[in-house]
Design a protein around this ligand. Structure first.
Ligand code: SAM
Ligand code: SF4
Length: 342
């Protein structure tokens, strides 16, 4: 099958949901596997999906390209760890044709950084300009504990390689009360010194993990108040559609974002949907709504049928999520972040 070129016989009608929000951003999970086992993300002994359940690279390209035809301007490849997916660079190469035609504004990825030393240069060569790297601590021992065995030096080396390749790096850090909260100012200083913005994330109740997330939860409102006791934070204008609220830190000159799904509702401006590596479309991170595009693909659906299914799912996009930390000892949704794609 030739790769779907993103053109649509149905015309350029935008993907608008039942609340009038236009969907322009797809997060595409390409694997549920990972070389790390972050405590808030995965159970220690995960059972990964059989290969047959995961979309092939061709299927991933076809769905992503259908979204591009429907007006998706930004595509983020994620996982699991996307750089662990065999052949993922071929997928980037194919998807980069939408950058070349101007149909897509941005092709990017979220990665744990362990394989960036190898992949940063090829990614940059394919038109990727910005990437998110997840890093919660600069202490090697704590990193090993939080990731259950990870090597901090590999991630820092990966960030070095990404910057050397000209990629703009943003750091994502999950705030954990008893683990890294005290270290957050140092993490921000370290990143800002390198010209790297930071986004802090509250833990979200997704999937069964061994730890009790209620214990680890720290509100980013509290983190912000601590930072403001010694730094000057100036609110920056709202970014379009995203859940992060940004400030500038006068003392470091860098930007800092806060993603607060539990303490701040950002759903009214949500412009994004997620496709799992098994081809299930979730139009809300915090709801169980799901549309099985894999079944359609494997039943030989035409592009028009695929597009109709995507439109139907987006039309029913829920108004908002249902995360509450007081209920977070039990997951709000059963699926892990690594399956949905963070
Ligand atoms: N493996 C890649 C990485 O770590 O960047 C991409 C996938 S990971 C699931 C995407 C993001 O989700 C990471 O920044 C991770 O910290 C975040 N994440 C995972 N589980 C989470 C949870 N329960 N609450 C909040 N963020 C979570
Ligand atoms: Fe892997 Fe990313 Fe989940 Fe950590 S957060 S276990 S790196 S998928």
């Amino acid at each position: 099958m030739t790769p779907y070129d993103g053109s649509s016989s149905q015309g350029p009608r935008a993907l608008v949901d039942g609340f009038g929000r236009t969907v322009t951003y797809l997060r595409l999970s390409v694997t549920d596997r990972c070389d790390l086992r972050c405590v808030y993300c995965m159970a220690e002994h995960m059972t990964f999906l059989p290969k047959a359940e995961v979309l092939s690279l061709e299927e991933l390209d076809r769905v992503a390209s259908a979204f591009v035809a429907l007006g998706t301007r930004k595509l983020r490849i994620t996982g699991g760890e996307p750089l662990m997916r065999k052949g993922v660079m071929g997928l980037f190469e194919n998807l980069s044709r939408h950058l070349a035609t101007g149909a897509l504004d941005e092709l990017t990825l979220t990665t744990n950084g362990t394989r960036l030393a190898e992949f940063a240069q090829p990614l940059a060569a394919l038109g990727v300009t910005r990437i998110n790297v997840s890093l919660d601590t600069l202490k090697p021992d704590l990193f090993r504990t939080l990731t259950r065995g990870g090597d901090l030096a590999k991630v820092v080396g990966g960030i070095d390689a990404a910057q050397a390749a000209g990629l703009k790096v943003k750091l994502n850090a999950v705030a954990l009360k008893d683990n890294n909260a005290a270290e957050i100012p140092e993490l921000i200083r370290w990143a800002h010194r390198r010209g790297v913005d930071v986004t802090l994330i509250e833990t979200m109740p997704m999937g069964e993990v061994e730890v009790d997330r209620t214990d680890e939860f720290i509100s980013l409102g509290e983190v912000r108040r601590t930072l403001e006791s010694f730094w000057t934070l100036t609110d920056l204008p709202l970014s379009t559609g995203g859940p992060a609220r940004y400030v500038e830190v006068a003392e470091t000159g860098g930007r800092l974002g806060f993603i607060t799904p539990l303490s701040h509702n950002f759903c009214e401006s949500c412009n994004r949907v997620r496709l799992t590596c098994t081809g299930t479309l979730h139009t809300c991170l915090g709801r169980e709504d799901a549309c099985d595009l894999r079944a359609l693909l494997r039943a030989g659906a035409s592009d028009a049928e695929l597009i109709a299914a995507i439109r139907g799912a987006v039309d029913a996009k829920p108004m908002g999520h249902d995360f509450h930390i007081e209920r977070a000892a039990r997951p709000a949704v059963a699926r892990h972040m690594s399956t949905t794609g963070g």
